[in-house]
Design a protein around this ligand. Structure first.
Ligand SMILES: NC(=O)c1ccc[n+]([C@@H]2O[C@H](COP(=O)([O-])OP(=O)(O)OC[C@H]3O[C@@H](n4cnc5c(N)ncnc54)[C@H](O)[C@@H]3O)[C@@H](O)[C@H]2O)c1
Length: 361
């Protein structure tokens, strides 16, 4: 197997989502053609609107769990297949749990077959939630986790664990180079301001001058990684990683959710307060990746939490036509230029409300 060249195409399943659309942008920048298959269940056409102007980019709307869609995909050879297609967001577990399970089971099998036909490398986007509610800190890849197979989070967690098992087994059986990345909380441009994940949620609430909801006492911890650093890790894993192996990729410093709110306020210059609520679902006390394995491939994250928050804050504000006091310096690497950034959408009503709230400050 070899590196993709400018004559190759990559397939990005879930490419209209937050991470997927950033991945497509990186691949296209390197001159690699990209096909996206996405059913838009949690992704957005706005994320790929500007990419669709590029003749090397092709969008196919479809569900990866549908065998017919995947069988029709490889009209030409793919050198790499990235499987990021899965509905995300804890509040979506109740609504889209079945789709989560199918995307990670039938969807993974269908995409592995696409990779097999193309002799492509295959990367499965797994999650820190494969460890469930961990009892070991930090979590190395060898830790088997603490997961309830019929717990409230199981459609997402067990779906991903099944996807991992299938990815490894299929690769070994059919001689396909497969890789598993366990992604810990990642954020950045391309997330919708209505995204329920913690950083976009905090920013959107602060911009709207609404109290920020903190579940429980806020002492639960997470690590946070800027999306460009995640994508640098993807590249190293797929180019230099060990086939069949799993790699954690995530931020290195655990932050309590309470402290995260203070960091978001400091980085964005926004003000506001948190309100404590009981979580609507069983919460995990902490997640913290042991990243020694991916670091051994040469990976080092470059973007600090404050830098990254400023970037996503600016992205949200550009969306609603607001100016921030934390505008990004044009020389600040490795961010993309404003014209390259994906656009998120607010409804007309949300936009008006955000604009009104902001100008009342
Ligand atoms: N962002 C994170 O912090 C994080 C953490 C752990 C794991 N991940 C994983 O990374 C991947 C990308 O996450 P994201 O943050 O970009 O979320 P996202 O919701 O923005 O992207 C997921 C994309 O997959 C698409 N999709 C869902 N089901 C599909 C199906 N059956 N067929 C085709 N497309 C489908 C959605 O429409 C969306 O565009 C997901 O698999 C997610 O589980 C993300």
């Amino acid at each position: 197997m070899r590196k993709p060249t400018q004559n190759d195409r990559c397939l990005v399943a879930g490419g209209a989502g937050f991470i997927g659309s950033n991945l497509c942008r990186h691949l296209l920048k390197d001159g690699i053609s990209v096909d996206v298959v996405d059913d838009l269940s949690t992704g957005r056409m706005e994320n790929i609107a500007e990419l669709r102007q590029n003749p090397s980019f092709r969008f196919i709307k479809g569900d990866v769990a549908d065998e017919n869609i995947c069988q029709r995909l490889p009209h030409r050879r793919y050198s790499q297949v990235y499987h990021l297609a899965c509905p995300t967001g804890v509040p979506n577990i109740e609504l889209l749990g079945e789709k989560m399970l199918l995307a990670s089971s039938a969807g993974t099998l269908n995409l592995l077959k696409v990779a097999q036909r193309s002799r492509a490398k295959f990367l499965f986007a797994s999650t820190a939630e494969a460890y469930g509610d961990p009892q070991v800190f930090p979590q190395p890849e060898t830790y088997a986790g603490n997961v309830d197979p019929i717990g409230p989070r199981s459609p997402y967690e067990e779906g991903k664990r099944f996807g991992e098992a299938l990815t490894r087994y299929f690769g070994q059986k059919h001689g396909i180079d497969t890789y598993i990345v366990r992604i810990f909380n990642t954020y950045g441009p391309g997330m919708s301001p209505t995204d329920q994940r913690v950083i976009p949620q905090m920013l959107a609430r602060l911009i709207q001058k609404k109290p920020v909801v903190i579940y429980g006492d806020g002492s639960q911890t997470r690590t946070f990684l800027y999306v460009d650093d995640l994508l640098a890790g993807f590249r190293l894993v797929i180019e230099r990683g060990e086939p069949g192996a799993a790699y954690n990729i995530g931020g290195s410093d655990p932050v309590t959710i309470r402290d995260l709110l203070e960091t978001v306020k400091k980085a964005s210059g926004l003000t506001g307060r948190g309100v404590h609520k009981q979580h609507f679902i069983e919460d995990h006390r902490g997640r913290w990746p042991d990243t020694a394995k991916v670091r051994a491939l040469g990976w080092r994250p470059k973007v600090s939490l404050e830098q990254g928050i400023r970037r996503i804050h600016q992205d949200f504000c550009e969306e609603v036509g607001l100016h921030t006091s934390t505008s990004r310096s044009k020389t600040e690497a490795p961010f993309m230029s404003t014209s390259e950034l994906p656009r998120a959408t607010f409804s007309a009503q949300e936009r008006r409300s955000l604009y009104d709230q902001f100008h009342r400050v």
